[in-house]
Design a protein around this ligand. Structure first.
Ligand code: H53
Length: 832
């Protein structure tokens, strides 16, 4: 090859479009140009990394065109706009996703091939922005995709963590955390906006003053001021020209601040202040459930909502004008309580900085915010100690007090004399050492509150928000979560996508998932079934190969792939799955001639670094795997593998390869679940409890195509009220007892009977997530699974019907529901 950039064939695109043309020739030319002018490399010396960067910039150039056009149209049309506030965005790899949404995935591959670039190798090179820990962050990413696809003008606001969710490695069966230095090689997808920056203040005190007209005002004299700088990532829609914006804030020290210190000679002090400022957006808190008492976490939350609210006001000023109409221009959606401080911050900005009256500011604020609740787990409901809050955000505490007083006065009038109710509803919890209840702030400050699945919404209205629901039932909604079929079907399972398109005779399903229904009439077609099976086995082969390479566990692709992939948590009950594996193991050991469908049990998921029990569960899975995998008497039937570092990229390897999807949380605990949808869309059948979105998936695919087991949420409540006694269950079920005893025997811990004691003791004596109560039902249901799997044509039919009926679990549907029922935002169509 030659050393000049102009090596590709001349393009058919008009000359002015060579930079952004979509033809193969234009892509080749652009690719070579970007390799040369951005990476400073030519083909012969380019590393895989250089080749990846050139590909990313080639895609980005084409994205920017749509992005600028969208921004222009949104601005001139004064389009009503959504601000999605989320502390997490689990975006996953960007390149393929963007090529798909640009509509050039195929031609880009062909272009790369002609340049002798190994496209799969450059995809492996890509590091993913893991700016989230689990379902909530990934949901935000799916919603960004669907917002653009549904042509809803939207800005996603969040934090540009320098270190995202930790990388998990497994050492001697234990989880070990490695820091995720995702920015180390640069991030081609973002555009720094150094001129879009805002001051964010912390600490200090407030003073009463008067303005020129003599009105009483509050002045906040902070102790620390830092700066938030915008980093923008374009988000494309699929099949439309719309592109939205993800704006993430990075914290920095304000220049003036450190100069000041420097001038008085305190060089180290200045550097320290700089470090302190930069620390705020340094690292994502890895816990799935927010924890109290973490000062930095509160600083992060305030940091990004303050920047975002200031930016929203700036944008409104730049376009529409009068602040009094800001709620007509913008809707702010709070993704859980993490950004709930935005309510107090908008009040502060309007009242203190824009001199609006409290009444008007409150009326605007109340019409601006909407709040999504994602959990009922009491330990996950965020509260902040008043002392910490006051120290960090003295002015916001005053504002929250004022909001609370006004709110409780209304409650008093409505429920005369019901002081217990007042205490329950207050924004301040007086029973646990005075804490601010962020969920109450979110509810009181929002005009709409929603749960994320039908059951979940019902439960929030009857439990945590019962009083609020009685006060204002019309404000409560439900929007069942959804996931994007672009990433979780087209990008991650191209073979299946091609087969569906060929079978349906169109690819409209990608932009409107209800079209998958066209598969239904083919569910019994033996030709389709055979192809369906081939697609599945090919994905299983890919995964088996990856697992063998990364874990050393060889897996037969013909075995049933039985997968549980999600965060490690007791409520998700990975240990129930382990008990099932141990039961099968014992059965085989006792009677080697017993007939059994070979199964490969595959787990994936991270445990919060401080969650001892979850980490012990990882060790248990690996320990059980170690014994089973090397036992020749059983390993022809059973295999256990733990996929290290379950993230978006690795998830994309799992979903296509699953035969059976494990969704076995204790009923009432999983708000929705979204992994359940990803598996099912890829043709896995689900074994699941009556929980979260499982219920709706079962309704959609048909009860006969879903393996339901276990207690209902109501039965769980009843049993708990009656007094749950796991010990009696343990004593009363010989198999259950022997499975647990096998763990305590030391068989899986090289003879050490103590290693798993915390886990087994907890199950026998407390079992808060009622593993033992559902054990028997789970085993019986697994028998039904085995029976069905032994009839391939029946299984294929069920699998095809699962995919065919998953239309409503597209995030496109969820976004349309939000837009119509909650936000009242109309799509903006871009022509050309
Ligand atoms: O949010 C998902 C749900 C899932 C729920 C999850 C979640 C987090 O990932 C983090 C915090 C939190 O409160 C909830 O556990 O059931 O599907 C998206 O709604």
């Amino acid at each position: 090859s030659t050393r000049s950039p102009a090596t590709a064939a001349p393009s058919n695109d008009p000359p002015e479009q060579t930079r952004t043309g979509m033809s193969k020739a234009a892509l080749k030319q652009a690719y070579i140009d970007n390799l040369f002018y951005i990476q400073g490399r030519f083909r012969d010396v380019a590393s895989t990394y250089d080749l990846y960067m050139a590909a990313a910039f080639t895609a980005r150039d084409r994205m920017l065109e749509r992005w600028v056009e969208s921004a222009q149209v949104y601005k001139t049309s004064h389009a009503r706009t959504l601000c999605y506030l989320s502390a997490e965005y689990l975006l996953g790899p960007q390149l393929t996703q963007n090529l798909v949404n640009l509509g050039i995935a195929k031609v880009a591959r062909a272009a790369a091939e002609e340049l002798s670039v190994d496209f799969n190798a450059i995809l492996e090179e890509e590091v993913e922005p893991g700016l989230g820990s689990g379902g909530l962050g990934r949901l935000a990413a799916c919603y960004l995709d669907s917002l653009a696809t549904q042509r809803i003008p939207a800005i996603g606001y969040g934090i540009r963590y320098e270190f995202g969710i930790f990388d998990q490695v497994i050492q001697d069966g234990w989880q070990v955390e490695r820091s995720d230095n995702w920015l180390r090689n640069g991030n081609p997808w973002e555009l720094p906006r150094p001129k879009i920056s805002f001051a964010v203040r912390y600490g200090g005190h407030t003073e009463q003053t008067r303005d020129q007209e003599g009105r009483s005002r509050v002045r906040w004299v902070p102790e620390m001021v830092i700066k938030g700088v915008a980093y923008d990532t374009p988000i494309l829609g699929y099949g439309v020209r719309n592109a939205n914006l993800l704006r993430l804030w990075k914290s920095e020290a304000p220049e003036s601040f450190d100069f000041q210190t420097f001038n008085v000679g305190d060089y180290y002090g200045a550097v320290h202040a700089k470090i302190e400022a930069e620390t705020i957006s340094k690292v994502l808190y890895p816990n799935d459930e927010p924890e109290a008492g973490k000062e930095l976490r509160l600083k992060q939350q305030y940091f990004f909502v303050s920047c975002s609210m200031q930016d929203m006001i700036r944008l409104h000023r730049n376009t529409v004008g009068p602040l009094e109409t800001i709620h007509q221009k913008f809707v702010v959606q709070l993704n859980d309580t993490h950004p709930a401080l935005a309510i107090a911050e908008l009040m502060r900005l309007l009242v203190d900085e824009q001199a609006m009256t409290w009444e008007q500011a409150w009326s605007i604020t109340r019409q601006t915010f909407c709040y999504t609740n994602h959990t009922l787990l009491p330990e996950a409901l965020e509260t902040w100690s008043l002392a910490l809050f006051e120290r960090l955000l003295p002015r916001h505490l005053e504002i929250i007090y004022a909001i609370n007083q006004e709110f409780l006065d209304q409650v008093r009038v409505r429920f005369l004399g019901d002081e217990a109710r007042i205490a329950r509803m207050s924004l301040i919890d007086e029973t646990h050492g005075r804490r601010i209840r962020m969920a109450h702030l979110a509810v009181v400050g929002s005009r709409a509150v929603n749960g994320v699945a039908a059951l979940h919404s019902k439960l929030i209205k009857t439990t945590i928000f019962k009083d609020f629901h009685e006060l204002a039932p019309e404000r409560f909604h439900t929007v069942t979560n959804g996931v994007t079929p672009r990433r979780f079907m087209v990008v991650s399972n191209p073979r299946l996508a091609r087969l569906i398109t060929a079978t349906c005779g169109h690819d409209r399903w990608i932009g409107d998932l209800e079209y998958l229904r066209d598969l239904e009439t083919h569910a019994d077609d033996p030709v389709l079934q055979a192809r369906w099976r081939q697609v599945k086995i090919a994905a299983k082969r890919d995964l088996a190969c990856w697992l063998d390479h990364h874990t050393g566990v060889p897996i037969d692709p013909e075995a049933m792939f039985d997968i549980q992939a999600k965060r490690l948590h007791e409520y998700k009950r990975q240990h129930l799955k382990v008990l099932h594996i141990i039961r099968l193991y014992q059965r085989l050991k006792q009677d080697p001639s017993v007939s059994m469908v070979p199964r490969a049990f595959i787990f994936g998921g991270k445990a919060a670094p401080g969650y001892v029990m979850a980490k012990l569960m990882i060790k248990l899975i690996n320990a059980v795997g170690e014994v089973i995998n090397r036992d020749p008497q059983v390993n022809g039937y059973l295999r256990v593998a733990f996929m290290p570092n379950f993230n978006v990229k690795n998830g994309q390897r799992l979903y296509p390869a699953a035969d059976l999807s494990e969704q076995i949380s204790l009923a009432g605990k999983e708000a929705s679940g979204t992994g359940n949808m990803k598996f099912s869309m890829n043709g896995a059948l689900t074994i699941g409890t009556d929980d979260g979105a499982n219920i709706e998936i079962r309704e959609a695919v048909g009860a006969e195509n879903f393996f339901l087991f276990g207690m209902t949420a109501e039965e769980v409540q009843r049993k708990q009220a009656e007094g749950y006694r796991p010990w009696a269950l343990y004593q009363g079920d010989a198999e259950l007892k022997s499975d647990i005893d096998l763990i305590s025997s030391g068989l899986f811990s090289h003879g050490d009977p103590h290693l798993f004691r915390p886990l087994t003791d907890h199950l026998i004596h407390a079992d808060p997530f009622m593993v033992l109560a559902d054990y028997r039902a789970y085993l019986e249901c697994q028998e039904r699974v085995t029976e069905a799997y032994a009839q391939p044509r029946r299984w294929d039919r069920m699998s095809i019907l699962n995919v065919a009926r998953m239309g409503r679990f597209s995030s496109d549907r969820a976004i349309r529901e939000y837009a119509e029922r909650i936000w009242q935002i109309e799509p903006v169509v871009l022509d050309s």
